[in-house]
Design a protein. Structure first.
Length: 350
């Protein structure tokens, strides 16, 4: 069915939060709000699709890329085949760089186009990219960087008390990571996202301590994040599984990651990788390599819901990342429902 794009609207959204943490180190100068760019694509038949572009700390640039580069390539086009249309847009915009701001904008458009297609067919997104493997998915609490061992221990303990059986820290100080283990307890699935904090030599010196803390995975330990060969070398020198991918764009980079045997858990981010189109390819390639994807999804809008739908079809036993932060506003009301199953796992329904 022909589905011509009539208009595209862009909305900048800022959601303040306060969690008692220092919140330095992830984003200058102080991370106290979540920025996002929402995209509304309206077809000539009146149907509407919503998308979300990654824009933490780069909102104005992403909005400009969306408005000046992507929107002109959407208006008047047939949106019934999102993969074809967004890959055509990628080809036309390659001169501006395949990754970063350009692909963030394309990702939001792609998510909106898939939402539009799902609505036009009256089916969930998961059924369009299926087969559907599950209708619930375990969730882990993705904590912010708090900076002090006391705060880390407190928040990890609080998350477990609320029913989470998997907790992710964003700490780089060993004392804070050890405090997170104390707070979460030895029975909790504990992971650490270092946000590319170390060189391979620095990470190697920390490996014994990470093994002692019994991490379920160590995420993005090295800078630069695209040096998958170095990541593969580190993987050979530790018993802790490695994870990475939130900074990887398109399935091409993930293919290189897999080829270099860099990670146990690829982590595509639907708002950064190129949307649903690229995400679906990453899932297929990961399955062929015998790997389970653990997506990056600290979002509140269409990016979060698209990730949830993709996890309905993801092979293996994936987990859903949920940002553990009290925000001053929500994109949906009432907020998403959580089910605490008998073993105590927190679940979302896809």
């Amino acid at each position: 069915m022909d589905m011509r794009i009539a208009s595209v609207d862009i909305y900048e959204l800022n959601i303040p939060f306060e969690d008692g943490g220092e919140r330095f180190g992830l984003k200058p100068p102080r991370w106290d709000r979540f920025d996002t760019v929402l995209v509304r694509v309206t077809a000539e038949n009146g149907l509407i699709g919503w998308g979300e572009c990654f824009s933490y700390g780069c909102q104005s640039a992403v909005t400009a890329a969306m408005r000046e580069m992507v929107v002109p390539l959407l208006i008047g086009q047939d949106g019934s085949d999102p993969a074809r249309l967004t890959r055509d847009i990628q080809r036309k915009l390659h001169i501006f760089g395949r990754y970063g701001i350009t692909i963030f904008a394309i990702s939001g458009a792609d998510i909106a186009l898939w939402d539009l297609k799902a609505k036009s067919e009256g089916r969930p997104l998961s059924e369009l990219v299926g087969p559907v493997l599950r209708d619930t998915v375990p969730v882990y609490a993705s904590l912010n960087r708090y900076g002090t061992p006391e705060a880390v221990e407190h928040h990890a303990d609080k998350a477990v008390a609320e029913g989470y059986r998997s907790v992710k820290l964003h700490e780089v100080a060993l004392s804070a990571i050890q405090a997170g283990r104390r707070g979460a307890g030895r029975e909790t699935h504990l992971t650490v996202d270092a946000n590319c904090a170390w060189s391979i030599e620095e990470a190697e010196r920390l490996v014994p301590a990470f093994e002692e803390v019994d991490l379920a995975w160590l995420e993005e330990p090295l800078f630069p994040p695209e040096d998958f060969r170095a990541l593969g070398k580190l993987a050979l020198r530790t018993q802790v599984p490695l994870a990475a991918g939130e900074n990887a764009c398109t399935a091409v980079e993930f293919a290189r990651m897999v080829e270099d045997e860099a990670v146990s858990y690829p982590q595509p981010s639907v708002t950064k990788v190129g949307g649903v189109t690229e995400f679906a390819t990453v899932l297929k390639n990961a399955e062929a390599a015998g790997l389970t994807c653990m997506p990056h999804s600290p979002y509140f809008g269409p990016g979060f819901w698209a990730t949830l739908q993709m996890l309905a079809v993801a092979p293996g036993e994936p987990l859903l990342e949920r940002l553990y932060s009290p925000t001053s506003a929500r994109l949906v009301s009432p907020p998403p429902s959580i089910t605490r199953t008998s073993p105590g796992r927190v679940m979302f329904r896809a």
